[in-house]
Write a protein that binds this ligand. Structure first.
Ligand code: V47
Length: 376
């Protein structure tokens, strides 16, 4: 475990930040900009690791999950995305409900504890399709947690069904949604949002949808898409807005920085992120989001190698088995579609951490044969 006297830096601007971290004081926007601006990644990582170990000791979390993307048909045409298709375009698909139920049970031999369900903004699929999807999955897999629908999908379905955000979320919860994933947050700053995803809800609407979800008792995650046209100020603004909402609701579980994959998107002229930025993004997130319990280094986005190293730079979670991934693979990701449980355990152990399988709410999972129990 880290200790204060081992801290070393060649950047004196980090010394007052170290004092704040030692005292458990909240970092300011100016501090966050210094962290982004410094080249001393080891010092930033050391501080983030210190906070991470104060919160979680040596534990690192993973889960056994499966992604289900019911449709890639999407009206939004975001420049950041290679997954969405217009309704009649080649490659467009929409799963019949029975097909989604069948897919849910394929591809992994150990019992899944979470379905992660997200998809495009389909112009014709009725709200009832999504409710039936969740209730049908719940009926067939009652022990599996449904982490379903981003704030963007919730807001779109609300608009199309002429319901309020609250009414929409209540209906989803009644159908079996247990929590919400963190997608669609991208970067809240309007200047950037207008370029990368101009038809999506704006940052305030994303935050407000999350607020309502938390108010009705649904936990959620939050993400930030980085490594495209945003600058340090935009990243800091994004983190500060999430931190402020978390002060209000305490409904966020995990923050997941997502590295932009440019291939096959209208922004494919942009370079991919570098290892330095990926690691720094994890560390800065841990230091700034002092009220978020977990920082996830999502191995699909970061690569298993960077995700593993992140466990020493602020992250305490690397996500799960996933099984089938479409959003980043359409955008050129070269990571595998899924990892086995034992692969995740090995990554964590070789980082010198203690692997704990969790459910979506971070309760430890114990496996016996092909079934599991969750400690509550
Ligand atoms: O919102 C889309 C991103 C997100 C690209 O909550 C892209 O546990 C990079 O939110 N390059 C969806 N990123 C995924 C997501 C997520 C993933 C894992 C776990 C959780 C969680 C949430 O993927 C989108 C968008 O920000 N995305 N296209 C791309 N070309």
């Amino acid at each position: 475990m880290a200790s204060t006297h081992a801290f070393q830096t060649d950047d004196s601007r980090l010394l007052p930040i170290k004092d704040k971290v030692a005292a458990g004081e909240r970092l300011s926007e100016a501090d966050a900009l210094v962290l982004y601006g410094t080249g001393d990644i080891l010092a930033v990582g050391w501080l983030a690791n210190w906070v991470r170990e104060r919160m979680h000791g040596d534990v690192a979390y993973f889960n056994v999950n499966r992604h289900i993307n019911p449709t890639n048909v999407c009206i939004a045409a975001c420049r950041l995305c290679a997954f969405g298709r217009k309704k009649d375009s080649p490659g467009a698909y929409t799963m019949a409900l029975e097909e989604a139920f069948q897919i849910a049970s394929t591809g992994y031999t150990e019992a899944i504890t979470e379905f992660h369900i997200v998809g495009g903004l389909h112009p014709d699929l009725p709200f009832q399709y999504f409710l039936d999807l969740v209730s049908g999955l719940k009926e067939r897999f009652p022990q599996v947690h449904m982490k379903a629908f981003t704030m963007v999908e919730v807001a779109y379905l609300a608009k199309r069904s002429k319901l309020s955000i609250r009414e929409t979320l209540v209906k989803m919860k009644e159908a079996g949604v247990d929590s919400l994933p963190g997608g669609g947050a991208e970067i809240f700053a309007d200047r950037v949002r207008h370029i990368i995803c101009d038809h999506k809800i704006d940052g305030d609407d994303w935050l407000n949808t999350a607020r309502v979800a938390h108010e009705i008792g649904l936990k959620s995650n939050a993400t930030m898409l980085y490594g495209h046209i945003e600058n340090d100020e935009d990243r800091v603004d994004h983190l500060m807005k999430l931190r402020a909402l978390q002060d209000e609701t305490n409904g966020f579980q995990t923050f997941i920085p997502l590295a932009f994959h440019p291939a096959n998107t209208p922004l494919e002229h942009l370079p991919t992120t570098t290892g330095m930025l990926d690691i720094k993004q994890i560390a800065v997130s841990r230091l700034v989001l002092d009220n978020f319990p977990h920082i996830k280094s999502y191995w699909q986005m970061m690569t298993p190698k960077i995700a593993q190293i992140s466990l020493r730079f602020g992250a305490d979670d690397i996500d799960g088995t996933v099984v089938e991934e479409k959003i980043y693979h359409d955008a050129g990701a070269t990571t595998p579609q899924g990892l086995r449980r034992q692969d995740l355990i090995r990554l964590i152990k070789e980082a010198g951490r203690e692997p704990i399988e969790r459910d979506t709410l971070y309760r430890p999972v114990t496996r016996t044969g092909t079934s599991f129990t969750v400690s509550v």
